[in-house]
Each structure stands twice: as C-alpha cells, then as structure tokens.
Design a protein around this ligand. Structure first.
Ligand SMILES: CCCO[C@@H]1O[C@H](CO)[C@@H](O[C@@H]2O[C@H](CO)[C@H](O)[C@H](OCc3cn(Cc4cccc(C#CCN)c4)nn3)[C@H]2O)[C@H](O)[C@H]1NC(C)=O
Length: 133
C-alpha cells in the first residue's frame, strides 16, 4: 500500500479528497474506502494496462474479503504522468466519485455502511495530499 488510514469517521455528505501524481509508466492504481481492508464500500481502480483492461476504471465492493460484481466505466479522465484529484463522498444509497473535468461516477453503497473508517491508496500513484472536508 501507498497509504492506509484507519479509525476515520467520514460521515455521509463529507468528501475524501485524494490529490497526487500518476506515475509516467502507471499500469494501475486503486483508492479503497470502507470499514476495513476486507469490507470496502468502494475499490476504485483505474487501469491503464492491467488484467487485460486498457484505460478502464473498474469499481467494485468487497464484503468479508469477497469481491462483489465489478462495474466498468468507459470514461477515463486519467493520463499517465498527470496530476489528478478525486473526491469520494457517499450517502446510504450510493457513493459518488468526482473526477477531473467535472466527470462523476456513482457506485451503489452495497454494504449500507453509515460511515467510512478506512482509506487505502495502492499502486502507481504518488500522493500529494489527502483532505477530508
Ligand atoms: C474474465 C474472467 C476473470 O475476470 C477477472 O478476474 C480478476 C480477478 O478477480 C479481476 O481482477 C481483480 O479485480 C478486483 C476488482 O474487482 C481487484 O481490482 C483485484 O485486484 C486487487 C488487488 C489490489 N492490489 C493492490 C494494488 C492495487 C492497485 C495497484 C497495485 C499495483 C501495482 C504496481 N503496478 C496493487 N493488488 N491486487 C483484481 O485482481 C478482473 O478485473 C476480472 N476481469 C474481468 C473482465 O472481469
């Protein structure tokens, strides 16, 4: 992991902002939020070239260590080597990921968690700042 933050208490409507730079030769990176590493409301996984996916954002959830059903997003507002910022917020029904260029992705809140305690960032990404607002 590049970063793991635990014992958070992010409430619905609040925003987790992750700012950083994508490696020039990035294959993939991931931002995970949820209760802990085995219970993720959202695994947000942009793939530049990974698992046979090219320039696809794969989103999924994980419950008790088991992956849910993936959702793939064709919009891919990421470039290798670029700085980027994503903002994750949620309510009881869905998560919203605000991306560069006013792009937005939603994902169902399958676990029905009422707060986010866990954040991790993995992969080919250099974190500049994490902001909770
Ligand atoms: C077609 C039949 C088969 O279907 C495939 O089956 C695979 C296995 O289930 C799925 O792949 C899994 O997909 C899951 C989401 O669902 C997860 O992303 C999981 O990765 C977890 C994971 C996290 N980390 C840490 C980390 C994170 C980010 C960067 C790095 C790095 C680096 C230095 N370059 C490391 N390592 N592994 C992935 O393996 C494929 O999508 C799926 N494909 C389709 C089309 O369906």
């Amino acid at each position: 992991h590049v970063l793991v933050a635990t014992h958070l208490n992010v409430q619905p409507g609040e925003c987790i902002k992750v700012k950083g730079k994508i490696f020039p030769e990035a294959k993939r990176f991931a931002v995970n939020v949820g209760k802990d590493s085995g219970n993720l409301m959202l695994h947000f996984n942009p793939r530049f070239d990974s698992h046979g996916d090219v320039n696809v954002i794969v989103c999924n959830s994980m419950e008790d260590g088991r992956w849910g059903t993936e959702e793939r997003e064709a919009d891919f507002p990421f470039q290798q080597g670029d700085k980027t910022e994503i903002c994750i917020s949620f309510d009881t029904t869905e998560l919203t990921v605000k991306l560069a260029g006013d792009k937005e992705i939603t994902f169902p809140n399958r676990l029905g968690l009422e707060n986010i305690e866990y954040l991790s960032v993995d992969g080919d990404f250099a974190i500049k700042a994490i902001k909770f607002s």
